[in-house]
Design a protein around this ligand. Structure first.
Ligand SMILES: *[C@@H]1O[C@H](CO)[C@@H](O)[C@H](O)[C@H]1NC(C)=O
Ligand SMILES: *[C@@H]1O[C@H](CO)[C@@H](O)[C@H](O)[C@H]1NC(C)=O
Length: 358
């Protein structure tokens, strides 16, 4: 039996059940109670992960990770967080910085109840900063303002965060994140795996390449493709170099002349291509979601893997739910904290009679 309720439906279901339960008991006892956050989470609670003996406890030992928070990707976020904690030698030293565009109290309550011991902060990303700079790409999901939040990290994060790992929400880490955190940036602003064998030409339009003034931005460097879903960023260097403004300038150009087809990625290629600290490909086994149009199944590239990334149209949780998963989706499944609709209804039916009786 399956109850294919959409995620949003389930979130409101959990809130509805709790609200009703409290209202009922309130009336019965004639007591006015304050509503607590919903107890029936649609996610299971993750275990507590503790630091190993070698871990320091000073601010300098902290590992800062930024991710966006969006109700549509929440299941992916939960899996990513769990995977990071589970493979960390020092999980208590990992601090998350979540950016959201729209306040969703249920999402925050879900994070708190799923990871009661998590160190995290949330920040509002003002979508108005990019709204008039976004141009339509080949995939609607890429045009969400929150996709552009990574451009504004250096403005949003508190001043004590000098280095940040930015991660997309459709990935799992299967190695100690500290190995990525400790990468030597060698004076560069951004570190990421780059791919110099990929055909770089295709990321920009003919109009771009035929415009000498625009394409001369690459003169003197050999640009290579890199994926912006996994980046280590030197926040101070970013601020000093005013990279947010540099990226925005290209978005303005794109608005006037169409110079690329993808969303937030090409501005990064324009500004940083050929000038990043290249790190091992194991840190972004990307493209597991298939292409941008159909999301066909893809197999793994050879070599060691520290991070699996379902970039592309297909998302493992959707493909698993559809009962037509790709082989690689089974590597994501162990990190899924989502309760099936069936489990959720079982809990719901146990909660209501118990409260009404009491
Ligand atoms: C909800 O959780 C709170 C705190 O954990 C607890 O005190 C309360 O009894 C719970 N309510 C229900 C209905 O389970
Ligand atoms: C790279 O892509 C461009 C544009 O799609 C194409 O014209 C060119 O032939 C490609 N180059 C190689 C080496 O495949």
């Amino acid at each position: 039996m399956a109850f294919p309720l959409p995620l949003l439906g389930l979130l409101s279901l959990s809130l509805f059940l709790t609200t009703n339960a409290f209202a009922t008991s309130g009336i019965r006892h004639g007591i006015i109670r304050k509503l607590s956050p919903p107890n029936v989470s649609i996610f299971r609670e993750a275990p507590a992960f503790r630091n190993g003996e070698t871990c320091g406890s000073q601010p300098i030992d902290r590992i800062h990770i930024a991710m966006t928070l969006d109700v549509n990707y929440l299941r992916g976020t939960m899996a990513a967080v769990l995977s990071i904690l589970q493979h960390s030698t020092c999980p208590e030293n990992v601090e998350f910085h979540f950016l959201w565009a729209r306040y969703e109290p249920d999402v925050l309550a879900s994070i708190k109840s799923t990871f009661p011991y998590l160190h995290f902060n949330v920040y509002r990303f003002d979508s108005n900063r990019v709204r008039d700079k976004i141009s339509k790409s080949i995939r609607q999901a890429l045009d969400q303002p929150l996709n552009y939040a990574r451009i504004y990290l250096a403005d949003i994060l508190p001043p004590h965060v000098k280095r940040i790992i930015y991660l997309d929400s459709d990935l799992v880490v299967v190695d100690d994140i500290r190995n990525l955190w400790e990468v030597d940036l060698e004076g560069k602003v951004v570190a990421a795996p780059d791919y110099c064998h990929a055909n770089f030409t295709k990321y920009f339009t003919d109009l771009f390449w035929s415009d000498k003034k625009l394409s001369s931005t690459f003169s003197g460097r050999k640009p290579c493709y890199f994926n912006t879903g996994v980046m280590v960023v030197d926040v101070e260097e970013w601020q000093q170099g005013e990279y947010t403004q540099k990226l925005e300038e290209w978005m303005v150009v794109q608005k006037q002349k169409r110079i690329y087809h993808l969303g937030s990625l090409p501005p990064f290629l324009l500004v940083f291509g050929g000038n990043i600290k290249s790190i091992d490909h194991r840190w972004n086994q990307h493209g597991l979601g298939g292409d941008n149009l159909e999301g066909r199944c893809r197999s793994l590239h050879p070599g060691p893997i520290s991070l699996l990334h379902w970039s592309g149209k297909g998302k493992p949780w959707l493909r698993l739910d559809s009962r037509k998963p790709c082989v690689v989706d089974h590597l994501w499944a162990p990190y899924d904290l989502y309760r099936s609709s069936l489990q959720l209804l079982e809990i719901a039916y146990n909660v209501i009679p118990c409260v009404v009786k009491g």
